[in-house]
Design a protein around this ligand. Structure first.
Ligand code: ATP
Length: 315
């Protein structure tokens, strides 16, 4: 067998910017702020639910016009009927996307809250099926990385994030989340005879289990004026459960980010708490006179991130 020429100089690792943080903390916004300032970035989604087509409002996918022409990969590209995508699948597919981007002399940016996918993607040593976030699984967390990574962690204090997430769920409902979920969960609208039509990949999206319970009891086709009070109470219960589950998700995600940092990943923390405090205040009547949230975001999050990214790109 021909051995070929092996160079003594190891190949330089590809650069990868990673934006992480809890759901709602502003990762997508920061990714666009950076991609518009450094126009060679291309974004790869690392939210395990946003990988799939469908439920765009419920899963909070950035709509096409808001992507500002920045290429986004693995965002709404998979068919939810194909079943769950594993961290190992993500490592393989996102790895190919990174190669494609770097071959075009662009720079990849991984953006999303699924830390199991981020770990699988960038760890040098990865054991499929091994959950690094399980207590006691220290040995499997790889501090060695297969890319030259720069990690930005957008953090918001849990008290402020909780308030913001509640407001965000209300806004999503105003934008059509209920109708979208009715289409998806209402038993009267499902194709009961075709098992292949079950969109498995989306069944765990927050909003689906909560409203599946609701539509089982109150399918839209059986609207009965007599049960309006109970229907309203069940609706409010579903909304409350979505808000609670979203906050639980945020807490778990922050725990995983801390675990990665504890495992030796050099995460640069950006504190977006003041900006989010201003966002939450903008709807209340006493917001006049406060600094605009976008100015605070720019000063406390974007500015420091730009400096970090510049240094990383010059290395
Ligand atoms: P886990 O191992 O708990 O799945 P993870 O790091 O792989 O964690 P997370 O991003 O924390 O992935 O997602 C966990 C769960 O949170 C998902 O299975 C889903 O229920 C919910 N979730 C995540 N992202 C979204 C989203 N965009 N929309 C709705 N629900 C989501």
């Amino acid at each position: 067998m021909a051995t070929g020429h092996t160079s003594a100089v190891p190949r330089r690792k590809d650069k990868l910017l990673v934006i992480m943080g809890a759901t709602g903390a502003g990762k997508s916004r920061l990714s666009l702020d950076l991609a518009t300032r450094f126009p060679f970035f291309e974004i790869i989604n690392s939210d395990k639910i946003q990988l799939y087509r469908g439920l765009d409002i419920t899963t909070n996918k950035l709509p096409l016009p808001e992507r500002l022409g920045v290429p986004h990969h693995l965002l709404g590209e998979l068919d939810p009927r194909d079943g769950d995508f594993t961290p190992a699948d993500f490592r393989a597919v996102a790895g190919q996307v990174v190669s494609g981007i770097t071959n075009r002399r662009k720079v990849p940016m991984l953006v999303g809250g699924s830390n199991s996918f981020i770990h699988a993607m960038v760890a040098d040593r990865f054991e499929p099926g091994c959950n690094v976030f399980e207590p006691g699984s220290d040995a499997s967390l790889s501090a060695e990385l297969r890319y030259n990574c720069c990690f930005l962690w957008v953090d918001v204090s849990m008290a402020v994030l909780t308030e913001y997430l509640s407001k965000r769920v209300d806004e999503m409902l105003d934008s059509g989340m209920f109708e979208e979920l009715a289409e998806f969960c209402d038993p009267d609208r499902q194709d009961k005879h075709d098992p292949a039509a079950v969109p498995t990949g989306l069944r765990k999206a927050i909003g689906v289990p909560e409203f599946t319970r609701y539509f089982k009891k109150y399918p839209q086709s059986k609207r009965d004026e007599d049960d309006d009070r109970e229907r309203r109470a069940a609706y409010e219960e579903a909304v409350r459960a979505i808000k609670d589950n979203t906050c639980q998700l945020a807490k778990r995600q922050i725990g995983k980010v801390l675990r990665l940092r504890g495992g030796g990943w050099d995460l640069r923390r950006l504190d977006a708490t003041d900006a989010f405090r201003a966002v939450v205040a903008t709807t209340s009547s006493d917001s006049d006179g406060g600094e605009r949230w976008s100015d605070i975001w720019e000063r406390q999050v974007v500015g420091p991130s730009v400096k970090i990214v510049k240094r990383f790109l010059e290395e």
